[in-house]
Design a protein around this ligand. Structure first.
Ligand SMILES: [Fe+2]
Ligand SMILES: [Fe+2]
Length: 296
């Protein structure tokens, strides 16, 4: 039996952000307008408090692992990565081992991506088995299960483009990595979803662009469970004939009124999931929903 906590889309920020002149020619400027004037900042204004509450309760939840499915920051500033990794306890040896993948907000600009800020500040959560020198994909064994971290985020030029892709090269490496893994449940971790909560492909500007190839690859890799974020509202899709494994979207752990994270207990082929929802009045989490489903 293994127990894990899955959280996502914490979108932590920092003051001062550390603007540089060239940022004015990137989508950071329109992104900043969105944060400061169009309400995005308001929806995440309690994020540090919610993250602190998660950190307080994790040691009491008997967890074997943490899974973070990306969007640590708002606009991929180095100051935000430093604040987010500190708040989440990336260097805290008292926390269980963690697996993380970057979100599109962590790859907000070409410079943020090329600088490797996410990979630097979240390095302890990117430890694992790799077949090549590429950071992604990687696999980490926790108990009998394998957690496989895949990067599905790309640098996008326009503010309105929040799409992502895994890419054919990484999918090829993922196939080889999965072929090399010993038996045991395989939990795939990405930022991007395969489907919406209604089981549909996401709108073009928000979707995983290579979702068809990703699904074929996940089937070949015999994935048991797919965990992701990006959509800020949590949902579960049980296995079907077309998609033979369950998919869980964690939603945003810190967005006002949606805040929460998931706990999973995996035992044999069964997964029991509890949604822990944040109570602002009490500044702690309470059980909100319980689901039980078969792994793929
Ligand atoms: Fe997000
Ligand atoms: Fe995202």
């Amino acid at each position: 039996m293994i127990r894990l906590a899955h959280f996502s889309d914490v979108h932590l920020t920092a003051r001062p952000l550390g603007w540089e002149p060239e940022d004015l020619f990137t989508k950071r400027l329109t992104g900043w307008v969105n944060v400061e004037m169009l309400g995005r900042g308001r929806r995440f204004r309690f994020a540090p408090q919610v993250v602190a509450a998660m950190r307080r309760e994790w040691p009491t939840r008997k967890l074997d692992a943490l899974v973070f499915s990306g969007d640590a920051t708002g606009m991929g500033f180095e100051s935000e990565f430093a604040a987010a990794s500190h708040a989440l306890g990336v260097d805290d040896d008292g926390l269980p081992p963690a697996i993380a993948v970057p979100g599109n907000h962590d790859y907000y600009t070409k410079r943020a991506t090329k600088s490797g800020y996410f990979e630097h500040y979240f390095a302890p959560w990117l430890k694992g088995h790799r077949l090549t020198t590429d950071t992604y994909p990687f696999a980490r064994q926790i108990g009998a299960a394998w957690f496989i971290g895949v990067n599905s985020s790309t640098v996008n030029r326009w503010t309105w483009d929040a799409s992502g892709a895994i890419g054919s090269e990484q999918l090829r490496r993922l196939r080889r990595l999965c072929q090399s893994l010993p038996p045991g449940p395989r939990v795939l971790v990405t930022h991007y979803p395969l489907r919406t909560g209604r089981g549909e492909v996401e709108p073009r500007v928000h979707r995983l662009r290579d979702h068809k190839a990703a699904l074929e690859c996940a089937k070949e890799c015999k994935i048991s469970l797919w965990l992701h974020g990006h959509i800020h509202k949590a949902f579960l899709l049980k296995a079907t004939q077309a998609i033979p494994f369950p998919i869980v979207c964690c939603g945003s752990s810190t967005q006002q009124k949606r805040w929460g994270y998931n706990e999973y207990t995996i035992e044999g082929s069964v997964c029991r999931m509890t949604r822990r929802f944040y109570s602002q009045e009490e500044d702690l989490f309470r059980d909100a929903e319980y689901r039980e489903f078969e792994l793929g």
